[in-house]
Design a protein around this ligand. Structure first.
Ligand code: NAD
Length: 285
């Protein structure tokens, strides 16, 4: 079997056109331009690229994006002071603090300090709780992007066995929570670093989602023939980006697969724009 390539770039481009049209309509009616404030601490090269891509994507969709750069040696209170300032600024609708933060900083109190109404990453405990109860204010961007991919590709989730590798707060855990909600109706198994005999479990998946952070961790023997494989991983190996799935071998077994780059990544950005527009609409009501 040769897997169908799922073109995340193309799906996200269609999604961004819709967001641009809705933003133009909103701004035309209210005179308000939705604004995302991104906070970047230090000089991690990957984070700089991510933030730049997010800024560009905002601008192309008619959203305003402002970047707040803080030096590597920023203190916890300086960072939280900036978050407070952005919380208090009525022109800012969404706040994003780019992770990871330098070692001296604790991300949890920073993310907790973001006003839930402006938490466009969907990481605040209030928003996580609402999402878990199936009444989300904002859906976290990466799992939301994956659901949009599955929907766009008409991949049936109802009754499907979805196996997720990874239990992070930003991908694995919310992905599982979203796939078992009414409407998605999947049966979910979550694997992690202590899971035994992982290949036996992944080989039962109708939909296999890899968010492990280990280059090419998933190989064809771990995939049920005909399964859909979603590769969340972004790993830099010898200046090349590779996913958490061994693409060549997996393509011979799966029925459909997302590439890296050009799969989940662009969808994550599109969903961030969607949340920023939603935040502006909600704050304007
Ligand atoms: P993380 O690094 O926080 O956690 C990795 C998870 O993998 C952990 O839950 C751990 O239990 C599990 N794991 C580690 N070793 C394992 C093993 N041997 N067997 C089974 N499970 C194991 O993960 P994250 O932040 O969710 O990121 C995962 C990957 O996704 C990274 O490559 C990251 O760069 C990428 N990512 C991509 C996007 C995107 O937009 N495409 C967004 C977020 C993260």
């Amino acid at each position: 079997m040769t897997a169908r390539l799922i073109d995340g770039k193309q799906i996200s481009s269609a999604e961004r056109s819709t967001i641009a049209a809705e933003t133009a309509e909103f701004s035309g009616q209210t005179g308000i331009v939705p604004q995302l404030a991104a906070v970047l601490v230090g000089d991690d090269p990957a984070s700089q690229v991510y933030v730049r891509n997010k800024e560009r994507a905002c601008q192309k969709c008619g959203l305003k994006s402002t970047l707040h750069r803080l030096p590597q040696e920023t203190t916890q209170s300086e960072l939280q002071q900036l978050v407070k300032q952005l919380n208090d600024d009525p022109a800012v609708h969404g706040i994003l603090v780019q992770l990871p933060l330098p070692d001296q900083l604790d991300a949890i109190p920073v993310l907790d300090a973001i006003l839930p109404a402006k938490d466009v990453d969907g990481f605040h405990p209030e928003n996580v709780g609402l999402m878990l109860q199936g009444r989300p204010r904002f859906l976290p961007c990466t799992p939301h992007g994956i659901l949009r991919i599955l929907d766009h590709e008409r991949i049936e989730t109802s009754g499907a066995h979805a196996v997720i590798i990874g239990r992070s707060d930003i991908v694995g855990k919310p992905m599982g929570a979203m796939l078992i909600q009414r409407g998605a109706d999947a049966t979910v198994t979550t694997c992690h670093s202590r899971t035994k005999d992982i290949a036996t479990i992944t080989a039962q998946a109708d939909i296999l989602i890899a968010a492990v952070g280990i280059p090419e961790f998933v190989t064809s023997d771990m995939i049920r023939p005909g399964a859909v494989v979603i590769d969340v991983g972004i790993n830099r190996v010898n200046d090349r980006l590779v996913g958490d799935v061994h693409f060549e071998s997996a393509s011979g077994t799966a029925s459909a697969i997302t590439p890296v780059p050009g799969g989940v990544g662009p969808m994550t950005i599109a969903m961030l724009l969607r949340n920023t527009l939603t935040a502006a609409v909600q704050q304007t009501r």
